[in-house]
Ligand binder design. Structure first.
Ligand code: HH2
Length: 274
C-alpha cells in the first residue's frame, strides 16, 4: 500500500502527517502569523524538522465566512513558497480550488493538489490528470461563505461516502489512477458538531471507497465547541482528535501541530494501535 505523490512513493503502512502552511492573513487558527515569505519558509522548514511527511501550502482561507481570494493574489502568495520548497525531502501539496493555479503549482514543483471543493470547478481534474501528482478530494456542503448556516443531511456518513465514491469514479474516468487519489470527509465544511462526530466515529466506513483516507480536524471549531478553547489553545484536543481519526482508519492527518502529533502517533504505533 502506497500513495503516488509526484516523484515520491509514500508508504501507507504507518500514519502520515501533513503539516499545514497557511500563507494567508486571515486563516482561522494562524492567520497572518506566517504571511511574510521568510516567516513562511522558516515555519515550513520547522514543520519538516518536526516530522511532517507532506506540507500543504494554502493561499486562501476556507474558514466559515471567509471571502474568496483572486487568482493573481493567490498565485503571488503560494507559488514562490512552492518553488522554494519543492526539491526538498518531503512532497509539497497546494491547497487550492482554482484549475489555473493547480497547473502552475504543479509546474512549480507541487506533488499533490488538495481541493476542498473536490475538483468540481470546470477543468479541475483535467488540470491535474497528466503526470503523477496526487489529488486530495474533499467533501464540502455549500461554500465557505455560507456553509455553516444550515448544514443538513439525512444520513451524513452515507451522503459524504456517496459523494466521495462518485468523485473518485469521475477522477478515474479522467485517467487519475487510484494510487494517486486521497479522499477526505471534510470536517467542519458544512457540518454541525453532531455531523462531525458521526463522521469521526464511522471514519472506517470510508476505507473501502478506494483512495488514501485523510482527516483534517486540527484546531477546528468542533474542538472549540467541545473544550471551550480558542484555536491556538486547541493543541491537546487536536492531538486527541488525530489519534481517534487514525484509530478509526485515517491514513494521513492534516495538522498544524506536527511535533505533538508525531509523538502521540509514535506512542500509538508502539502500542500497535494504528
Ligand atoms: N481544512 C482546511 C483547509 N484545507 N484540506 C483538506 N483536505 N482537509 C481539511 O480538513 C482542510 C483542508 C481548514 O484549515 P486551515 O487551512 O488551517 O484554515 P483556513 O482554511 O482558515 O486557512
Amino acid at each position: 500500500m502506497f500513495l503516488r505523490c509526484g516523484k515520491f512513493k509514500l508508504p501507507l503502512t504507518r500514519p502520515l502527517i501533513m503539516g499545514v502552511v497557511n500563507v494567508t492573513p486571515d486563516s482561522f487558527s494562524d492567520g497572518g502569523k506566517y504571511f511574510e515569505f521568510n516567516q513562511t519558509l522558516a515555519h515550513a522548514r520547522a514543520l519538516i524538522a518536526e516530522g511532517a511527511d507532506i506540507l500543504d501550502i494554502g493561499g486562501e482561507s476556507t474558514r466559515p465566512g471567509a471571502a474568496p481570494v483572486g487568482l493573481e493574489e493567490e498565485r503571488r502568495r503560494v507559488l514562490p513558497v512552492i518553488e522554494a520548497l519543492a526539491g526538498g525531502a518531503v512532497p509539497i501539496s497546494v491547497d487550492t480550488q482554482k484549475p489555473d493555479l493547480m497547473r502552475e503549482a504543479v509546474a512549480a514543483g507541487a506533488s499533490m493538489v488538495n481541493d476542498v471543493c473536490g475538483f468540481r470547478a470546470p477543468g479541475a481534474f483535467e488540470a491535474v490528470a497528466a503526470g503523477d501528482t496526487a489529488v486530495c478530494i474533499m467533501h464540502m456542503q455549500g461554500e465557505p461563505r455560507t456553509m455553516q448556516h444550515h448544514p443538513h443531511y439525512t444520513d451524513v456518513v452515507e451522503e459524504v461516502r456517496g459523494y466521495l465514491a462518485e468523485r473518485v469514479r469521475v477522477a478515474e474516468s479522467a485517467h487519475i489512477a487510484r494510487e494517486r487519489i486521497l479522499i477526505d470527509p471534510g470536517f467542519g465544511f458544512g457540518k454541525t458538531l453532531e455531523h462531525n462526530l458521526a463522521l469521526l466515529r464511522q471514519l472506517r466506513k470510508f476505507r473501502d471507497i478506494g483512495g488514501a483516507l485523510l482527516a483534517g480536524l486540527s484546531r477546528k471549531a468542533l474542538l472549540g465547541a467541545i473544550t471551550g478553547r480558542e484555536p491556538a489553545e486547541r493543541v491537546f484536543a487536536s492531538v486527541a482528535a488525530a489519534l481517534i481519526a487514525v484509530q478509526n482508519g485515517a491514513q494521513i492527518v492534516r495538522v498544524h501541530d506536527v511535533a505533538a502529533t508525531r509523538d502521540a502517533l509514535a506512542v500509538l504505533g508502539a502500542a500497535g494501535q494504528n
